[in-house]
Design a protein around this ligand. Structure first.
Ligand code: BGP
Length: 468
């Protein structure tokens, strides 16, 4: 039987997304301190983050384009190192002023600002003093930073995101040093301690915000994905459950329910990975329940029963699954196509993920990222990005089906609003509705051009998603 489709809610937020270090540039301007990302480069022919898309200087021009596209929301991140250059010291008024101007400009254009407090860019000075390993230092610094933002913007901003992809930072932190500066040398035990410290910071930030505005909404953005077993063998199904617990539920059970998932607990105990949990911590977590959950969805995962002895080489990044000894092993999924950059394509997986999350936690959901990276060239002042249009078409179709099934979804903020520097693969991996004239190591004109997807999304928004 075919599912009857409901319309998207009238106040649905059709948006788009960026992050500070990938788009802003101006890495050392107006008193900004260094962040862990400012010292990163992924090879000679890959762009660093110093100029990025120059959003810092061009935000007004970009917002005018967002308005033209019809955006109702804009999800961006605030660079902690602009607000508190040393991470925990003096507040930099110029940093606050920049985001105030940005937020005001968005509001003036009827675009809901959705800031993320922390998107992979820890102030370098904190990292040098232990970063998230140092609970006392970094949790307090995060709260000081959050306070500065809430004090200034709580009456202008309705939706706040606490952390971007805590699960990615932790899960692949020991395998690749891509996301948080110096994570490469960290072992699993340190990472799970960091994760616990982030849970505490997040729960305390939830309560802090309410002191400034009871009506504001706040929640985390995790890279949650549904996980399939690679066969109908019960052991494979069990492994898929394990993988989902390690990637999704461990984080959300702590954040929403204030508990450590029992299967994770057992894994921690057996492998000497249990973090230090202070007596009052679980109480803090229970009292810091978020108002909504946001997800970054690019693809699903597939796993099989753990093969302890394999030494297969898996190219790990934030979207691929991997192995955890005793729990699951990565597997290919022959039912799914792949993007040019090797990420499996799975629009139905988005709906499955949304259903799983809503059934489990009954909190409103937001999508803070979803998109496809492509190498593109400008022709006749535009880019014919049919592949991106098809990607969005299929994902938004599933979104509508999820909404029709009664899942409460507030916003869709695809990645990304404008071309920007990929988290680890440079500028050539483009995601935007808006093309930016620059190459990896050549800044060029930084001029903006509307891609074909710009007009497609504009049309979709003007019909409130009623195109299927
Ligand atoms: C998410 C990150 C984003 C963004 C996106 C695309 O995991 O939150 O910052 O980078 O993935 O990934 P990439 O840039 O590696 O292609």
């Amino acid at each position: 039987m075919k599912l009857k489709k409901n319309k998207f809610p009238n106040d649905f937020l059709w948006g788009a997304s960026i992050s500070a270090f990938q788009a802003e540039g101006a890495y050392n301007e107006d008193g900004k301190g260094m962040s862990v990302q400012d010292i990163k480069k992924y090879g000679e022919d890959v762009s660093d983050f110093k100029v990025a898309s120059d959003f810092y200087h061009k935000y007004k021009e970009d917002i005018a384009l967002f308005k033209e596209m019809g955006l109702k929301s804009f999800r961006f991140s605030i660079a902690w190192s602009r607000i508190i250059p040393s991470g925990d010291g003096e507040i930099n008024e110029k940093g606050l002023q920049f985001y105030e101007n940005l937020i005001d400009e968005l509001i003036k254009n009827d675009i809901e600002p959705i800031p993320t407090l922390y998107h992979f860019d820890l102030p370098l000075s904190l990292q040098e003093r232990g970063g998230w390993n140092n609970r006392e230092l970094t949790v307090n610094a995060y709260l000081k930073y959050a306070k500065a933002l809430f004090k200034r913007f709580a009456n202008k901003v309705k939706y706040w995101i606490t952390f971007n992809e805590q699960n990615v930072m932790i899960m692949i932190g020991s395998k690749v040093s891509i996301l948080n500066g110096s994570h490469s040398s960290l072992n699993e035990k340190e990472l799970y301690q960091q994760s616990h410290n982030m849970f505490i910071a997040q729960a305390l930030a939830v309560n802090l915000l309410k002191k400034y505005n009871k009506e504001s909404k706040i929640g985390p953005a995790l890279n949650n994905v549904c996980i399939y077993p690679n066969s109908k063998k019960p052991e494979d199904y069990l492994s898929a459950q394990n993988a989902s617990i390690m990637r999704n539920w461990y984080y959300l059970d702590a954040i929403v329910r204030g508990i450590y998932n029992p299967i994770v607990k057992k894994y921690f105990l057996d492998n000497d990975l249990m973090p230090e949990i202070l007596e009052t911590d679980l109480d803090i977590l229970k009292k810091g329940k978020p108002d909504f959950l946001s997800i970054n969805y690019y693809t699903s995962g597939t796993v099989m029963e753990n093969q302890e002895d394999t030494d297969k080489e898996i190219k790990i990044d934030q979207q691929t699954m991997f192995d955890i000894n005793g729990l699951f092993s990565y597997s290919k999924n022959e039912y799914l196509g792949k993007t040019e950059y090797g990420w499996p394509l799975d629009p139905v997986g988005l709906r499955i993920t949304l259903r799983e999350m809503y059934e489990r936690y009954q909190l409103p959901l937001m999508i803070s990222e979803n998109g496809i990276g492509l190498s593109e060239t400008l022709e006749n002042e535009t880019v014919n990005d049919e592949i991106r249009i098809e990607y969005y078409y299929k994902h938004i179709e599933q979104l509508q089906l999820a909404i029709s099934e009664g899942i409460e979804i507030i916003a869709y903020n695809p990645w990304s609003a404008i071309d920007l520097v990929s988290s680890h693969q440079g500028f050539k991996k483009r995601y935007g509705f808006i093309y930016i004239d620059r190459a990896e190591n050549d800044i060029k004109s930084l001029k903006r051009y509307k891609k074909k997807s710009f007009y497609w999304y504009q049309n979709l928004i003007s019909k409130n998603g009623d195109i299927f």
